[in-house]
Ligand binder design. Structure first.
Ligand code: MRU
Length: 330
């Protein structure tokens, strides 16, 4: 089955088309984006989501800003304000800055970034597949839809299944936004991988019964010591896996490491509207007006990690040394 990618670029028309991930899996609706301002709104509204995918989208947002004649500083500012946690967004925009005022250069840079996503994720999938076997549990959505490439954690799972190593995937529904139920389930089904959806509070039950051989998740931002932010619920899974002696891996491109952060304490955590907790796809599930809280990410301390899957191979503790080596920071 061919990959379903989250975007495509129509260079002639100056339109970046986004597959509206809010409507999946029920409907496949493509949204045209013509300006950086529209791109920032689409990222904030989660038409496109997933750390690498919002990085590529932001880069093309700057290309659109050139094509549409927008104020480039303002375009950059709007895109930087769209979502705070995934470092890929800022990394992508930093790469676009030297090309301000140069449409050709900016287009080449955005295309290069997208190509790198593809290349690094092929390597991540190959490396990650080696450590997965049997029944694997994952959280949120880290497949091609989240990246524009082959996927990170889910890329490794798909590759491990192709190699006959993984036989079954437990898919956390990933409340409150349901990226697991809507997107990961959809991608696994399209790929023909045997998988079962579970509510987020069922992972402990399965681990206790010996039905999970490994957990692998993606990353929105990792600090130099290996602490990392990922979708809310990741920390609880890491603690559970640790308690049960189950290997727990994070998969990421090295561009998701923030070299300015020594630990995970400084990672900004996005807070999203409480209505995303009190309502499920527009339907209320709590008494009207009842307060709700929605931190969209949590930070998992590095001590719960068995290994970090990167395009350069799998890193093992001590992670601060391994990450500095991989990033060439010595
Ligand atoms: O809020 P989202 O859907 O953008 O969150 C996505 C995640 O948390 C993913 O796990 C992460 O971006 C890694 S994607 C390869």
């Amino acid at each position: 089955m061919e990959r379903l990618l989250p975007f495509r670029f129509d260079e002639e028309e100056g339109v970046f088309w986004l597959l509206d991930q809010r409507r999946l899996p029920q409907e496949e609706v493509w949204v045209p984006v013509r300006t950086a301002q529209e791109m920032a709104q689409a990222i904030r509204d989660m038409v496109v989501r997933g750390a690498p995918a919002i990085g590529v989208s932001a880069a093309f947002g700057m290309v659109l800003a050139h094509m549409a004649g927008e104020d480039l500083e303002e375009a950059d500012r709007l895109l930087r304000q769209s979502r705070p946690t995934a470092v890929n967004l800022f990394h992508a925009l930093d790469r676009m800055r030297p090309h301000f005022g140069d449409l050709k250069g900016s287009l080449e840079e955005a295309k290069a970034l997208w190509r790198e996503v593809e290349e690094t994720e092929r390597a991540i999938s190959q490396h990650g597949a080696k450590v997965l076997k049997g029944q694997v549990l994952t959280h949120c959505n880290t497949g091609p839809l989240a990246t524009g490439g082959w996927g990170t954690a889910l890329g490794a799972i798909l590759e491990a299944h192709r190699q006959g190593r993984v036989c079954h995937v437990w898919v956390d529904e990933t409340r409150p936004y349901l990226q697991g139920a809507r997107l990961t389930a959809f991608e696994l089904m399209r790929a023909g991988v045997p998988a079962t959806l579970i509510a987020d509070n069922m992972a402990g039950f399965l681990m206790q019964r010996g039905q999970v051989d490994a957990v692998i998740v993606g990353v929105d931002r990792m600090a130099l010591n290996g602490d990392f932010a990922n979708k809310i619920g990741t920390y609880a899974l890491a603690v559970l896996a640790h308690h049960h002696g189950i290997p727990f891996y994070a998969a990421l491109p090295l561009s998701s490491v923030d070299p300015r952060l020594e630990t995970g304490q400084g990672i900004p955590i996005e807070e999203r509207p409480p209505e995303e907790v009190t309502h499920v796809r527009g339907l209320p599930i709590a008494p009207p007006g009842f307060p709700a809280y929605h931190p969209a990410f949590d930070v998992t301390p590095h001590r719960f990690l068995t290994g970090i899957v990167t395009e350069k191979g799998i890193l093992y503790p001590p992670f601060d040394e391994a990450l500095r080596d991989a990033l060439g920071l010595h």
